[in-house]
Each structure stands twice: as C-alpha cells, then as structure tokens.
Design a protein around this ligand. Structure first.
Ligand code: FES
Ligand code: FE2
Length: 450
C-alpha cells in the first residue's frame, strides 16, 4: 500500500474547502494542480464502473471502457473471468484495440505487431528470433491489468491492487443498489449502444448535480413542465448519504414519462414496494424507484419506474468532461417495451435528451464564468440544509443504512462528496498500478524502475 498523508506543500490543494460550514473554492474547477491531484490520488484509488457483464456474455467478448482517464479493454477470457486490461501496448504504448466492442481471441498492436491474448499475456512478437535473438522475456510484457470485481453484473475496476474490496467501498450503498439492480427476477441488461458526448465543464459540476441536487429541478427543468413531460416538483423528498461519498436524492411524485404505466412495469414495481414496506415499514413505499444518485466519484445512477440510466463522467482536463451513458432495462421486458424505453431515454437523456440539454447548457456557462480572473476567486456555498437534517428515523421510525434525511432540497450530499474527496486527496501519491498483478499464469511481473 502506498499511502502518505498530504504534507504541508499540498495544503494549497485543500485551502478554502470547509465541509462543515459548506464552502468550496471556485478554483477547484479550473486549477490544473487540483485536477492532476484528482487523477493521481482520487481516480487511481476508487472503484470505477467500466461496463456490465451483459455486454460480454461469452468468452472473447470485449467492450472498451475508461478507468479514471485510462483507455481499457473489458473482456472475458477463456476461463470466463472478467479482465480489465490497459489498452496500451507494452512496446511503445500504441492502443492494441481500436474498436468499441467485439469478440477476439487476440489483440494485435498495429504498430509493430506485438500480440496479446484475452487474458493480457504477450503471445506474439514479430522477429523474436532474428531481431531479439530470443532474448526478450515475454512474461514481463503482458498488458497492465486493473483489479476487477462485479456487483449485480456491474463491472468495477481500480488501479489500487491492495486497497479495500469493492464491497468495502460500496459499504451502506449496497442495499440501495440492490433496490436499483436486483428489483425484478431475472435482473437487468444493457441496451445495445452507449451514449457518448462531451460537456465543456469540470467533472465535479456534473457529479455534484447527480449527488442529489433537487434544488435545480423547478428552475432548470421548467420547460419540461411546460411541455407536460413532468410534474412540477413539489417540496417533499428524501436524501440518502450512504457514506464514502455515495448518495441518492429523491423527490416524491416523480417524473411523468408518457402514458399510464403498463402492467409489465407496474406489477413488479408494486411487488418491490410491498416487499420493502413489509421489511422496513411505510417508508419502503418511497424507495422504489430511488431517484437520482451518485456512486462516488463520477457515476450518476438514475432509477426510474421504466429504466435505469448510468452516466459516467470522465475527466478530460479541468474544463472538459466526456460522458458515457448506459441504458439498463429489466431483462424480462418484451422487445417492444425495450424499444419504447430506448425512445424515451433518448428523448429525455443522452446527447439529444431534453433534460440533459437543459443541464449542460448551464454547466458549460458555469465553467465559462469560472475561467475569469475574478470568477475563479472566492468560494461556492454548499451550506443548504446544514443543521436542519431531518431524519426519516424520527418520522418513520425506520433505521436505514447511512444517513437518510427528509428533505427535498439540501446540499448534505455535496458536503459528504467533499468530505470523501478531501480524504482521498490527503492520502497523497496514488498506488502503483503494476503492483500485485503477477498472477499464476505469469501475465505480468512487477517492473523495476517504473
Ligand atoms: S507499439 Fe505495439 S508493437 Fe510496437
Ligand atoms: Fe437536471
């Protein structure tokens, strides 16, 4: 484990952050030192979503993913094990996989032809005898592998090989993820095709919005109300701070998504609610669907009555974020309903989605304001609701994992986000991605001097 507390020369990274009072320095969204620290210390350690098992059901299936800011191949090897491989040739760094998805036994680098198999081993080197004189130790040059684990088919990976397990990282967020991904017998699958687009704004602006910003709904999304696409948000909801920066925020009443709910959705929904009510009492009614949430640091989880939508916010510099969006549906739905879900999600979310465009227009304008000399100075307020955290424990007498408050609009989750953010930045230099990957099949050995 490579952990050091931030020394005093790092104190400038954190200066001005006050999670008690609720203050975030504006330079956090433009400062390249802060951005570099996030990549090196935070994204290197956290468990990050890279894809779903339904995308790679068979041996040799693969999809491209992004781990932090690294291009990775998410593949299923011959033994059926999920592997997350750095898409970078060990000879000179060329990517070895150029397509988004497929099935392959080998990944052949187009530059000089080094060839790797699905578990990352280097199995082919052109002119190995004539130019390397048989002296190249191929066991040393397998593709770099991340540590990978799954939860309800969601594939997560991390470069922190000797850090906490995925289950430890998710902690009290697990029962909430169970509600989202394990609601219906048969489970969920990803609809084919991943939304991909760029938003010219710092990744944290998007993450903070997902962490439970109910406050923006009446104003930012008023046009959707005018068009009859959703109810005017009321003032009742709840906020889940599950620990480790993971969170959900939910309004009561929800979003109107077209006509009356078909029985294919309504029945399982009612069954899931009844089950929760039976186990935890009346508050269970309000937990299905869960609403909008964030798996720290950058995965938005949207749980609605018809679908779940996951959005990964990939940092691409202090002022640019790449977004990847996956649509999840219940496997048991008919092809017609799956097609309907695809249409609905695309009209509300993703690059052509109404709600998404409402938000991104504002996010990019915020970023522009932060780029100015005066605009980047001072702090933002995240103090909303501080000291007024009503608890469902008091109202409903229910003990739920994490802290569950009764509030429609509060920045409690933003304060929790920055508490975790600070803890990771304070850990100092990130872990060695090459540690602990010297597996039994000799895929990798730890390299000296790197
Ligand atoms: S860079 Fe891949 S074989 Fe040379
Ligand atoms: Fe929004």
């Amino acid at each position: 484990m490579n952990e050091t507390r931030a020394d005093s020369k790092d104190s400038h990274l954190l200066a001005g952050l006050d999670t008690e009072l609720g203050r975030v320095p504006k330079r956090f969204y433009v400062d390249s030192d802060v951005y570099d620290a996030e990549i090196d210390r935070l994204f290197s350690r956290t468990w990050l979503f890279v894809g779903h098992e339904s995308q790679i059901p068979n041996s040799g299936d693969f999809v491209r993913g992004v781990l932090g800011t690294d291009d990775v191949i998410v593949t299923r090897d011959r033994e059926g094990e999920v592997r997350v491989l750095l898409n970078s040739c060990r000879h000179r760094g060329m990517r070895v996989c150029a397509v988004e998805e497929g099935n392959a036994n080998f990944f052949r680098c187009p530059y000089h032809g080094w060839t790797y198999n699905a578990d990352g081993r280097l199995v082919g080197v052109p002119q190995r005898k004539t130019s390397y004189f048989d002296e190249l130790d191929v066991s040393e040059f397998g593709l770099v592998q991340a540590r990978a684990e799954t939860y309800h088919g969601l594939i997560f990976a991390t470069w922190w090989h000797d850090g906490p397990s995925l289950v430890d990282e998710l902690g009290p967020m697990q029962p909430y993820l169970d509600i989202v991904f394990n609601r219906i017998p048969g489970g969920v699958e990803v609809l084919e095709g991943v939304h991909k687009y760029m938003v010219p704004a710092n990744w944290k602006i998007l993450s903070e919005n997902s962490a439970g910003d109910m406050y923006h709904l009446p104003s930012t999304h008023a046009s959707a109300v005018d068009l009859g696409l959703r109810n005017m948000p009321g003032s009742v909801g709840h906020t889940i701070s599950a620990g480790n920066g993971h969170s959900f925020g939910s309004e009561r009443g929800g979003i109107v998504q077209g006509s009356a709910l078909p029985t294919e959705y309504a029945e399982p929904l009612a069954a899931a609610r009844a089950k929760l009510v039976e186990s935890i009492g009346p508050f269970g009614e309000h937990l299905v669907p869960l609403g909008a949430g964030l798996l720290f640091p950058n995965l938005s989880v949207l749980d609605t009555v018809r679908f779940r939508y996951l959005r990964l916010r990939i940092p691409r510099g202090p002022a640019m974020t790449e977004v990847w969006g996956w649509v999840f549906v219940d496997k048991a739905l008919s092809p017609e309903l799956k097609a309907e879900v695809r249409r609905q999600v695309s009209s509300f979310f993703g690059p052509s989605g109404l709600f998404e465009q409402d938000d991104h227009e504002l996010f990019s304008a915020i970023q522009e304001s932060l780029e100015g000399y005066a605009g980047r100075r001072g702090t933002f307020s995240i103090e909303q609701g501080r000291g007024h955290e009503g608890s469902v424990r008091d109202t409903y007498g229910v003990d739920l994992p994490g802290e569950v408050g009764e509030a429609f609009a509060t920045e409690a989750n933003h304060r929790a986000f920055y508490r975790r953010w600070r803890a990771l930045i304070e850990m100092g230099a990130g872990p060695d991605p090459l540690l602990g990957i010297n597996d039994a099949r000799g895929t990798h050995v730890e390299l000296s001097g790197q």
